[in-house]
Design a protein around this ligand. Structure first.
Ligand SMILES: NC(=O)c1ccc[n+]([C@@H]2O[C@H](COP(=O)([O-])OP(=O)(O)OC[C@H]3O[C@@H](n4cnc5c(N)ncnc54)[C@H](O)[C@@H]3O)[C@@H](O)[C@H]2O)c1
Length: 376
């Protein structure tokens, strides 16, 4: 395959530009945004000539792949249109906004056999990758409990600057439950390799703000896995507090990792070893274990680090381009993206029914239609 031509839809897609520019034989060949001013400003800056306000028009060009970074409710319709047109897809979070959409998406990836990558960038942070490697090497023993939190007050972006309600006031805060779970679920699921979420149950303290939205003042979703492990996923986008979008904890039989809970705190780890008996367990800075960073993070060049998140924003793009080049599905494939997204979609039903446990349907290849349902 020669040069890979990529089209970017939505301003958020610009976060991939540094990565794309640093990979050989890749060209940003087209851009799309409904907002002509944004579109022209970004395309001028990047010297991209093919510009489209209508996504489907961009698909008429000879691009090989699209990066979909439009609002959440556009992801599935645009991903399906792109797959039908034979393009590979990298989709921003979340994968879709209804359970039916997720099944349609899986069916289209299976039918058109083009790569689909779920762009969960929090999975790619050095901290998450380092702990993943330590788990792989058995340093935390058998992991059995994890926490992930995404705490980000978004009440100021429920309206556009012109005073009209933004898409976030519908698809995020216009509904109940955890609308944005995957920045927390994705990273912690890295530490339970080969496992899947089989059941969720969501609780909330109710609504304690006056912005007039249905969204709860925070939700906690408990997820049970196939191997009997437990995850606690908290999302709060409505309460007054400083942001903390990447808090995690992992408890294993051999020790614990806990990330910083605020900017004054540190990422820390405590391992049970022969010279660190249980009664004397103390915290060490995660940095002391930097030798467990994956090799590609240790060897990241200056330009790769410049892409952001300690090289993470480069490697996510690199993995997508590798999948496009080989026409294979990446590790963050459609089934993974759908399972993590479904934690949120099912949470809406659970929280409205006093935390009722809701089974997670299986997002796997060729799931029969009879299993593509929400069981109660
Ligand atoms: N991974 C992350 O860390 C992260 C961070 C922020 C946002 N996001 C995701 O990125 C996406 C966009 O979020 P945002 O904050 O940039 O939203 P935004 O509203 O600020 O921007 C959306 C852009 O998409 C354009 N757009 C809207 N509908 C379109 C359509 N049908 N076709 C083409 N362009 C269209 C708009 O004109 C706008 O420029 C969301 O899915 C969000 O969940 C992810």
């Amino acid at each position: 395959m020669g040069k890979i031509k990529v089209g970017i839809a939505g301003v958020r897609g610009l976060s991939t530009v540094a990565g794309l520019n640093d990979i050989e034989d890749v060209e940003i060949a087209a851009m799309c945004d409904l907002d002509e001013e944004h579109l022209n400003a970004s395309a001028d800056k990047l010297n991209v000539q093919k510009r489209f306000r209508v996504f489907e028009d961009m698909l008429e060009t000879d691009i090989d792949a699209v990066i979909i970074a439009t609002p959440m409710q556009c992801h599935v319709p645009q991903a399906i249109a792109a797959l039908e047109a034979g393009k590979a897809v990298m989709s921003e979070v979340t994968a879709g906004v209804t359970m039916d959409e997720l099944w349609w998406l899986c069916e289209c990836v299976e039918k058109y056999k083009r790569p689909y990558m779920y762009a969960e960038n929090y999975v790619y942070t050095p901290q998450v990758q380092l702990v993943k490697n330590m788990v792989r090497q058995g340093l935390l023993g058998e992991p059995y409990y994890a926490e992930g939190m995404y705490l980000h007050n978004i009440s100021s972006i429920l309206e556009y600057p012109n005073g009209k309600r933004s898409w976030r006031s519908y698809w995020q805060c216009g509904k109940r439950g955890n609308f944005y779970p995957t920045h927390s679920v994705g990273p912690v699921m890295q530490w339970f390799p080969g496992d899947h979420i089989t059941e969720i149950s969501t609780f909330s303290p109710g609504v304690w703000n006056d912005v007039g939205m249905k969204q709860d003042s925070g939700t906690t979703t408990m997820c049970r896995t196939e191997k009997g492990k437990l995850l606690s996923i908290r999302t709060d986008c409505m309460s007054p507090r400083p942001h903390n979008m990447d808090y995690y904890l992992l408890q294993g039989t051999g020790g614990i990792f806990q990330s910083k809970s605020c900017s004054e705190d540190i990422d820390k780890i405590s391992l049970l070893t022969l010279d660190n008996p249980e009664s004397e367990m103390t915290w060490k800075h995660l940095d002391e274990y930097n030798q467990y960073l994956p090799e590609r993070y240790k060897n990241a060049g200056e330009d790769q680090l410049k892409a952001g998140h300690g090289g993470g924003d480069f490697f996510i793009v690199k993995d997508f381009i590798d999948a496009v080049r080989s026409n294979t599905q990446p590790e963050l494939d459609v089934y993974t993206g759908c399972e993590w997204t479904a934690v949120g979609l099912l949470s809406e039903l659970s929280v409205a029914n006093n935390g009722r446990p809701i089974p997670m349907p299986k997002f796997r290849p060729d799931t029969p239609n009879k299993d593509k349902i929400i069981k109660l």
